[in-house]
Design a protein around this ligand. Structure first.
Ligand code: ZN
Ligand code: ZN
Length: 179
């Protein structure tokens, strides 16, 4: 494992949220936010309102900028985000999850928790100088983000769709050469 479990969970959630705003949009209903919440193991406050959905979706540009920032810029963005929310890190243990860090109480809005958790995760990325793990998808027409936590840094595409499209294009190109 490259980072601690909670850091990897938070990075995956942030990338998922940013990519949901790329076509095809996948975070447009409260039900889709329910699925996002469940998929990334969130706990704590849920309003299940369209206002909450809008607040979470509106984070995408800021999270995208943070995830793709250079190391020095990321450090400043993290500090600003944490200062603005008055985050207070503490160790918590709940459900089947062993000790990990929460920097917001369970009553903070979901959008606030997502911002703070992403900022906390980026602390680890900055300290480890692992920004190359975050990149824009290698597909020429896709702006999705790729989070590569693999040992051999083999991930280039944001999704199975982009991986398959490019594998097929490469295959066609090879066939054209040998034909
Ligand atoms: Zn937790
Ligand atoms: Zn892609």
């Amino acid at each position: 494992m490259l980072f601690t479990h909670d850091t990897e969970v938070s990075l995956r959630a942030a990338v998922d949220l940013v990519n949901a705003e790329e076509p095809p949009l996948t975070l447009t209903t409260v039900a889709e936010l329910d699925a996002f919440y469940a998929r990334h193991g969130y706990t704590g406050r849920r309003d299940r309102t369209t206002a909450e959905l809008a607040e979470v979706r509106a984070l995408a540009p800021r999270l995208r900028a943070l995830l793709l920032a250079t190391r020095d810029d990321a450090a400043e963005l993290v500090n600003a985000m944490l200062a603005r929310t008055g985050a207070t890190p503490r160790l918590v243990r709940h459900g089947d999850q062993d000790w990990h860090v929460h920097a917001e109480g369970p009553d903070a809005s979901l959008a606030t928790r997502v911002v703070v958790e992403t900022a906390m995760a980026m602390i680890d990325v900055v300290r480890a100088d692992e920004h190359s793990r975050l990149a824009v998808c290698a597909d020429a027409d896709c702006e999705g983000l790729v989070l590569d936590l693999s040992r051999n840094r083999s991930r280039r595409y944001c999704s199975a769709t982009c991986t398959n499209r490019n594998a097929q294009a490469a295959l066609r190109a090879r066939r054209a050469v040998t034909a």
